[in-house]
Design a protein around this ligand. Structure first.
Ligand SMILES: Cc1ncc(COP(=O)(O)O)c(C=O)c1O
Length: 490
């Protein structure tokens, strides 16, 4: 190896830099890109919500690794012609599938600025870290957490939930679990959530090494809220069997129908039983910004940790997941890991401990905080809260229209911003599954599906701040039209 290097001396010519020879060239193209993407958001209604990817377009992305340079204009043309038209579609107000935020032009611009700074938020002493700390502080106040709370941006709530499980594990077993592993004590730990909880909780238990069997999924009521008495009984049963309950995960907005568990009752139970109380608030936790919804989140302020996504109801562009932990020491105990090359100082660039890398698995981290900071500052929490309230009002509008239409059936009580319904038909699971695909392929709207007690529902989650009553009318008209076609065909 060293011999080979000596034989072929490394080049030091400055022509090897990746900067442009002429900055004005990239400047004018950059301005065009910016204009195009602002037009994209402004004119989004002129586009289909989503469209199927033609084989030849997909094939373009199975190309050879490029060894030679290509003109930036050409690369950009590929983006406009073959990437933009085939994106997910969640910027469009007709997108109501899964739980996707719509993003904003402000967030987009902030993302560009963050990329320009190219800051690494793993640690060190620089203002981008202070921006993230500012969001931690704002989030702490939002949820009424104490001064000692800590928080960190992560990709999404799936990651935040996993990290919360790990913090709860370290709290239950002590820091030594990080050296010894779960061992015999760990094998006795059991966690609890509801049958309506998101699948990422099960996945978190699996990844954390407990195994998904160690997660008890408790019955729910007809509103999909956890049955707190059944939970209490299961905890008692497990204790009597010699197991060690350590964690309860409540839901602030279940993924299927937007149910909010009785968070006050759960927090009291956890306090009484000495259990870690984590809340999956992926989208629902930001309901705290809506004066109409905040009372329904009572008890959230008592959580030991909350997972949430600014990229859902907060409208920050992807990704901007977040974990906040009531006791920052527990959080740091779980993830901090000293290393000589990450030595902390009291001055210089290596000052400012603790660093975000002490609060999670990532060392290299982007600047998600910036687009969240821009969003919160530009719109303010009152406006964001009003958008959240409005999406729930729109869900109420959709519910009323469904109840007034005999060909449609409401499948679950509408509690937040999610509406589950279906077209009445023989073989309704098959027919409604086809209707949803037909609508997606038509580009008119993009609902998704879920199964409620084995019955397939068309699911409309209204998250996008651009969605209006007209978009819901269009969705319903499409359901009725495709429903008629599908039932005729059956
Ligand atoms: C209730 C709930 N929990 C967790 C998640 C997963 O969040 P993410 O997709 O940000 O990982 C979702 C996603 O929609 C959700 O609705």
């Amino acid at each position: 190896m060293t011999k080979a290097l000596r034989e072929a001396p490394l080049q030091t010519e400055s022509s090897e830099t990746l900067d442009p020879k002429n900055w004005d060239d990239i400047r004018s193209l950059g301005h065009r890109m910016l204009d195009d993407m602002i037009d994209y958001a402004a004119d989004i209604r002129d586009r289909p919500v989503w469209q199927p990817i033609p084989d030849e377009v997909r094939a373009r992305f199975r190309a050879e690794l490029p060894c030679k340079p290509c003109d930036l204009d050409d690369v950009y043309r590929e983006f406009t012609d073959f990437i933009v038209p085939y994106a997910t579609g969640n910027v469009h107000p007709g997108f109501m599938g899964w739980v996707h935020g719509g993003g904003t032009a402000v967030g987009m611009l902030a993302e560009m600025l963050a990329a320009g700074l190219n800051a690494n938020l793993g640690g060190r002493d620089h203002i981008p870290i202070e921006v993230e700390r500012q969001i931690v502080e704002w989030t702490r106040r939002m949820f009424g957490f104490p001064d000692r709370a800590s928080g960190i941006f992560v990709t999404g709530t799936s990651m935040a939930n996993l990290m919360a499980v790990l913090v709860a594990r370290t709290t239950a077993l002590g820091r030594s679990v990080r050296q010894r592993g779960l061992s015999d004590d760990g094998a006795l730990l059991t966690a609890y959530t509801s049958k309506a909880a998101h699948g990422c909780i099960t996945k978190a238990m699996d990844i954390a090494g407990f195994g998904s069997d160690a997660l008890r999924c408790i019955e729910v009521d007809r509103y999909h809220r956890i049955d707190v008495e059944a939970l209490r009984a299961r905890i008692a049963l497990d204790r009597s069997a010699g197991l060690k309950p350590f964690l309860v995960v409540g839901s602030a907005g279940t993924v299927d129908i937007g149910a909010i568990d009785d968070l006050s009752a759960l927090s009291s139970l956890c306090r009484e039983q000495g259990l870690w109380f984590h809340v999956d608030g992926a989208f629902g936790a930001l309901g705290i910004l809506s004066p109409a919804l905040a009372p329904r989140l009572a008890g959230l302020e008592n959580a030991d940790s909350i997972a949430l996504d600014f990229h859902k109801w907060g409208q920050v562009p992807y990704d901007a997941g977040f974990l906040i932990v009531r006791d920052g020491d527990r959080h740091r105990d779980t993830f901090s890991a000293p290393a000589a090359y990450l030595r902390r100082e009291t001055r210089g660039l290596a000052a400012g401990s603790s660093w975000p890398c002490d609060l999670g698995p990532d060392l290299s981290r982007g600047f998600s905080a910036l687009k969240t900071w821009f969003t919160l500052k530009t719109y303010g929490t009152e406006k964001l809260g009003a958008v959240i309230t409005r999406t729930c009002a729109l869900a109420g509008y959709l519910e009323a229209r469904i109840l007034a239409e005999p060909r449609l059936e409401l499948m679950a009580p509408v509690q937040l911003n999610i509406v589950c319904f279906r077209y009445r038909a023989n073989n309704a699971n098959l027919v409604n599954g086809e209707i949803v695909i037909d609508i997606q392929e038509s580009g008119i709207a993009a609902p998704s599906t879920t199964l409620l007690d084995g019955r397939l529902a068309i699911r409309a989650a209204i998250v996008n701040h651009r969605t209006d009553t007209g978009d819901l009318d269009v969705l319903l008209a499409a359901v009725l039209r495709f429903g008629a076609v599908r039932t005729r065909a059956a």
